[in-house]
Structures are given as C-alpha cells and as structure tokens.
Ligand binder design. Structure first.
Ligand code: ZN
Length: 281
C-alpha cells in the first residue's frame, strides 16, 4: 500500500493511493498516518478495506510529509563509500548518527526555504525508513520486521552550519523545510529488497545524483538493529539512511542552492519529489 497525507499544512488528512494513482480518503479508518496507524494491526485493517469503497479525493491537493508527528527523525551520515570520498572523509567504522529536528518536516512538493544568509545549502536524496513497531536491543535478523515502510527523503543540509560552525551536524540539518518526506509511505511488503533501489536527483533538469541503495555501507537491517542499542525506536520514527555521491559540496567547483533552483528526486517504487528553493527573510 501507498499511504499519504493530503491537504493544507497542519491540516492534512490520511489517504491511500489506489492502483490508478488516485487518492482515496482514509479518514473513515484512521485519524492520520501516525505511528499508531502504521502498526501491523492497523495496516492489516487498512489492507482489508477495498480501495474502490473509499471516498475518492478530487482535484490536486497538496501532499504533506507521509508520516504525522514522528517522535524522532534520525539520520545516518557518510553511508555510501563514494559519497564519503567526495566529502573528503573516511568511511566510518560504525554508522555516523545525527538528528534532524522534527520541526524540519515538509511536504515533498513544498518550497524549500534556505536560511537568510545561507551560502552552502545542499541536497541529498535518501532512502527513508519508517518504524512500525517498538525496537529496543533487537538483532539484525529481526530488524526488518520492525519496519512499516519506506519513502523518499531529501536530507537538505547547510554545509557551513553543519561543518564549519563547531558542534553537532544537527545545526546544518534541521532548518524549517529541510526534511521533505514522501510523497508516500510504501509499506514494506511492497519493497522486495530495500538494498536494491535506484535513486536519483536532478537539479534544474540536470542529473546530479544517480545511485543505488546497493552501495550503502550499512544496510537498513544493520542500521535499525544498531540504533536500537542506543535508544528505543518507536512506531512512526523516521530514519534517513545516507546519500549517494553527487551533492553540491562534492562538485568542483562546489555548487550550492540558490533561490529559483528546482530539485527533482526519486527512488524506485517510492515516488518522486520536487521542490523550488526560496530564501527565508
Ligand atoms: Zn544525509
């Protein structure tokens, strides 16, 4: 299933994409696409409803982030060996973990707002993982059972704030709109192998990132089990799993986002996003 949220920001309703790509209203079954709504029990209940029996949503509503009110938005850094190389950094011996503040969550087609004086805002197409059941100290072999689904994420990053302002990466990863998530939460049963997904990002119509989750250093199962040693993952939590090469920081000369730029990005089977860049005042 492809679950989504549609409507004005802050007033999104839950929806389901039917086999013809139309949105069906899920508000009769769930209040919103929350952690609770993506539990195995709730997903089984949604699965039983015939999409054609659900109300059809007309028009072209805005699409919101595909999960509502996650408690955590965790990110993995330098998780593709070729991206680590373009960043001039070694592949880390253990996953690099940082936090994106949940206030950065944004719809997949919403404008991306860069900070007033930002000179180094950058893009990163990434595979997103949405947790479906509580995971604490779990084994790698059990990890994928805790995943409700997958989605496309753009892990927007202000490189100066991230790397030149001391302290933790979260400062460069969390500006409002720096976390477009969606358009859909694709349930795990529809993703045969999360380590075989092509992914790409176009800047102003030119392909700049072209990779595959096959070249991740630490795969999804490893990451979920690994994180669960340090803190409990809860239903609805988002993990964004790192980016392949082709970010602006790695270009020669470096190329960062400017107002008017358009990013289009996608992952096989998980849908596409498009954002226009504007500058915050
Ligand atoms: Zn990233």
């Amino acid at each position: 299933m492809k679950l989504l949220r549609y409507g004005p920001k802050g007033k999104e309703k839950p929806g389901l994409l039917d086999s013809e790509g139309r949105i069906r209203d899920l508000s009769g079954l769930i209040d919103d696409v929350t952690g609770e709504a993506v539990s195995p029990k709730s997903l089984a209940r949604i699965r039983k409803a015939k999409p054609e029996s659900l109300p059809l949503v007309r028009g072209k509503p805005r699409i919101g982030a595909c999960i509502a009110n996650p408690q955590k938005f965790i990110a993995i850094g330098l998780n593709y060996s070729d991206h680590a190389a373009e960043s001039g950094l070694q592949v880390p011996p253990e996953p690099v973990v940082f936090t994106k503040q949940v206030s950065c969550l944004s719809g997949p087609f919403d404008d991306v707002t860069i900070p007033p004086k930002s000179k180094k805002s950058d893009w990163e197409v990434e595979l997103g993982v949405i947790i479906g059941t509580k995971a604490k100290n779990i084994a790698k072999r059990d990890a994928l059972k805790h995943v409700a689904g997958y989605c496309t994420i753009n892990d927007l990053s202000e490189r100066e704030f991230q790397a030149e302002r001391a302290g933790q990466w979260t400062k460069g990863k969390s500006y409002d709109t720096f976390g477009p998530v969606g358009p859909w939460l694709v349930t795990a049963d529809e993703v045969a192998d999360p380590q075989k997904l092509g992914m790409w990002l176009d800047l102003n119509g030119k392909r700049v990132q072209n990779g595959s989750t096959a070249t991740m250093v630490f795969g999804v199962a490893h990451i979920v089990a690994y994180l669960s040693q340090f803190f409990t993952l809860l239903p609805g939590d988002i993990i964004t799993t790192g980016t392949p090469p082709g970010v602006g920081m790695g270009m020669k000369p470096q190329r960062f986002l400017k107002p008017g730029d358009v990013m289009r990005l996608g992952i096989d089977g998980l849908g596409e996003q498009e954002q226009r860049v504007v500058r915050d005042k």
